[in-house]
Design a protein around this ligand. Sequence first.
Ligand SMILES: CC(C)(COP(=O)(O)OP(=O)(O)OC[C@H]1O[C@@H](n2cnc3c(N)ncnc32)[C@H](O)[C@@H]1OP(=O)(O)O)[C@@H](O)C(=O)NCCC(=O)NCCS
Length: 186
Amino acid sequence: MERLCSGTAFRPDPRRSTTQRREPVDPAHRVSIRPIERVDAEGLSDFYAGLSERSRRQRFLGATRPPAAEQIAGLVRTPGVVAVLVDHGPRDGAIVGHASIHPDGSGGGEAAFAVADELQGHGLGSQLMVAILAHARALGIHRLNADLYVDNVPMRCLLVHSGRALASDDIDTGIEEITLDLDRAA
Ligand SMILES: CC(C)(COP(=O)(O)OP(=O)(O)OC[C@H]1O[C@@H](n2cnc3c(N)ncnc32)[C@H](O)[C@@H]1OP(=O)(O)O)[C@@H](O)C(=O)NCCC(=O)NCCS
């Protein structure tokens, strides 16, 4: 069976028009992306609490409950970026996306992504990928890996279309591990 986002074989979901796919995040929801800081703990906690159970399950590979305070404390200490709303309303500054990169100390790093459900599919994940790749370079990371459910097409597309070469792609009991070689273009 042809796999979605296998490099050249990606076919967009027919339910989503090409125009919709290419549009940046809805201008009504302008965002800015910046490095995560320790003071983001409360905002990050709110962000994960507001995600659907489905998205949390995909992000944390099984866990559907919002992360506990200790996990949030760990996440804000982990290098990464957040996407925050730029708004004149009460949600100004709210976190709507998070990408982290956990360095392994020997040139590798594990990445994880999450985007607010209402903004998924509008290009924010791709913007977070650009930011995390720059972050990885600054951290001296050469290989970036991510674990995802095999049916997680958007995450697979994000990785395969990141512009970096695929170093490996392994599947074990429903979980796919994709590793990118950050030193080689795709
Ligand atoms: C995975 C995730 C971060 C992607 O963020 P996003 O903002 O939805 O992604 P984008 O809109 O930038 O789309 C990324 C790619 O996926 C494709 N895509 C997005 N939604 C899709 C869908 N429903 N069906 C098919 N393809 C889809 C886009 O077309 C794009 O492909 P391209 O590179 O060919 O243009 C987001 O969906 C999410 O938070 N999911 C829940 C958490 C999760 O799965 N984390 C991954 C584990 S680390």
